[in-house]
Design a protein around this ligand. Structure first.
Ligand SMILES: Cc1ncc(COP(=O)(O)O)c(C=O)c1O
Length: 460
């Protein structure tokens, strides 16, 4: 079933008619899991989809509806679902054993390739997630500098540990979010992205800044873009102050280019946090960077210098199955034009979706960089045209609106009932497997969604 079989039904009624299996699972899930979900981004009214299988750029739900997938494993699947080479490596690793409780050869080869691909990576420490990577990066920076403060940018996401919660989607004044100690948020300094005066003032006023962390293409993979000139300024300010500059490349790493945003932009941070693509669609992450900094994890160096080593256990760090998937994925990215292919699709699909906006006379914009798509639904009805839209100017508007609320949820619903899954931004990440067919479905789904929203009176 699809929207075309129910031409006059509301989007919500169509969704409900298409997805009875998801509805039933969600009803049961709500009795077991808070909100019935395992990740906040899966919260969706009236209920989220339940997916059973996926292949390349598409996936199917429990009711056998097919979707072009822009969720992309939360950005982890630059090679799409079930890439044959990656799956072969995973199956071979599974057959050898899922956990040796020991070092293994794949982790060495995986780390070697990472140091060859990522400019800032002199040393690698594997973690089990991006959240763990940013947690360790901050701890390393504090130990290395002997300082306390962390500078972050409003709207930027770095995982969910205590230092990273305020100023992401709420608490823009820097106060602690529920369950976080004031003492922690007191050591986090928030700045607006691209605010040259603001960041200069912070560095003038505070001499105890251990680290600055930033998503290098901007919050939510470039939804709220960071200007390259601002990154250059950050590099200069941190260098002069002896502060550790951390690029959070959990999304952009191995995606923007085979060496991440830092390679594409030619700016090398002191440390980089990685996850998602690094482990080829399985759980994993890493903090990489200067040897001098990662030496705080080294037993021999700690003994020689008399300083206290940073402890770092973690049952699933460099798990052999994740290592196999990660190594197979990175080998493909290092030797093919997969990132460039995903980037080219991004440029083309954004342009085509913007043509639809012009044709339908809707004052929105589809924007983004590299392999990202973001639909700006213009909540304040500003006088914009897609061709001249400058997302930087609308960062305050984007920050003020909670994702998934109001029209954005309806856009997602419209895309879903027409066979396209994006997150509630609405935003998406593209894989190297997306091609002409997926582009056509996406553009059609966007047009049909706009028309349905006009029919329902959601947009003029
Ligand atoms: C930029 C960025 N940093 C960190 C994280 C946290 O990674 P994880 O979900 O693996 O903990 C994410 C997750 O989406 C992210 O987008």
């Amino acid at each position: 079933m699809s929207a075309s079989t129910l031409p006059n039904a509301t989007l919500t009624a169509t969704y409900e008619a298409m997805t009875p299996g998801s509805a039933a699972l969600a009803t049961k899930a709500r009795t077991l899991l808070p909100s019935g979900i395992a990740h906040d981004s899966r919260h969706f009214d009236p209920y989220p989809l339940y997916i059973t299988r996926a292949l390349g750029p598409v996936k199917w739900d429990v009711d056998n509806n097919k979707y072009v997938d822009y969720f992309g494993g939360h950005g982890a699947l630059i090679l799409g679902h079930n890439h044959p080479t990656v799956m072969k490596a995973v199956h071979a690793a599974l057959d050898r054993g899922t956990h040796f409780g020991a070092c293994h050869e794949l982790e060495v080869r995986w780390a070697e390739l990472i140091t060859q691909m990522v400019p800032s990576a002199e040393r690698v420490r594997f973690t089990s997630s991006g959240t763990e990577a940013t947690l360790m990066a901050l701890r390393l920076a504090r130990a290395y500098t002997g300082r306390t403060k962390l500078v972050r940018f409003r709207g930027h996401f770095h995982g969910w540990h205590d230092h990273m919660t305020s100023g992401h989607t709420t608490h823009f004044d820097g106060t602690a979010t529920s369950g976080v100690l004031d003492g922690i948020s007191d050591n986090v300094l928030l700045c607006d992205p691209n605010d040259v005066d603001g960041i200069t003032r912070i560095f003038n006023d505070h001499k105890d800044i251990a680290a600055v962390i930033i998503e290098p293409t901007g919050a939510n993979f470039g939804k709220m873009p960071v200007l390259p000139s601002f990154l250059t300024l950050l590099r200069e300010l941190t260098k002069a102050a002896g502060t550790v500059l951390i690029f959070d490349e959990v999304v952009t790493g191995f995606r923007v280019s085979s060496g991440g945003a830092q390679k594409a932009l030619g700016i090398t941070p002191d440390m980089t946090t990685l996850a998602k693509i690094i482990s080829g669609g399985l759980p994993g992450g890493a903090v990489v960077g200067k040897k001098d900094i990662l030496d705080w994890l080294d037993f021999k160096v700690a003994k020689a210098t008399g300083r206290e080593k940073i402890a770092h256990p973690g049952t699933f760090n460099a798990n052999p199955v994740s290592a196999a998937a990660g190594l197979a994925t990175l080998e493909i990215l290092a030797s093919t034009a997969a990132c460039e292919r995903a980037n080219a699709y991004g440029t083309a699909v954004r342009a085509k979706m913007n043509e639809v906006l012009e044709e339908e006379g809707v004052k929105w914009a589809v924007h983004g960089s590299y392999s990202g798509i973001h639909i700006f639904t213009n909540p304040d009805n500003a006088d914009i045209r897609p061709a001249t839209f400058d997302a930087v100017k609308f960062i305050p508007t984007m920050m003020a609106k909670t994702r998934g609320e109001g029209v954005t949820g309806q856009v997602r619903m419209g895309l879903l009932v027409n066979g396209v899954d994006m997150n509630s931004g609405p935003s998406g990440t593209i894989s190297a497997m997306h091609g002409e067919e997926e582009m056509a479905v996406t553009v059609d789904a966007f047009r049909t969604t706009l028309r349905a929203l006009k029919r329902e009176g959601t947009i003029a």
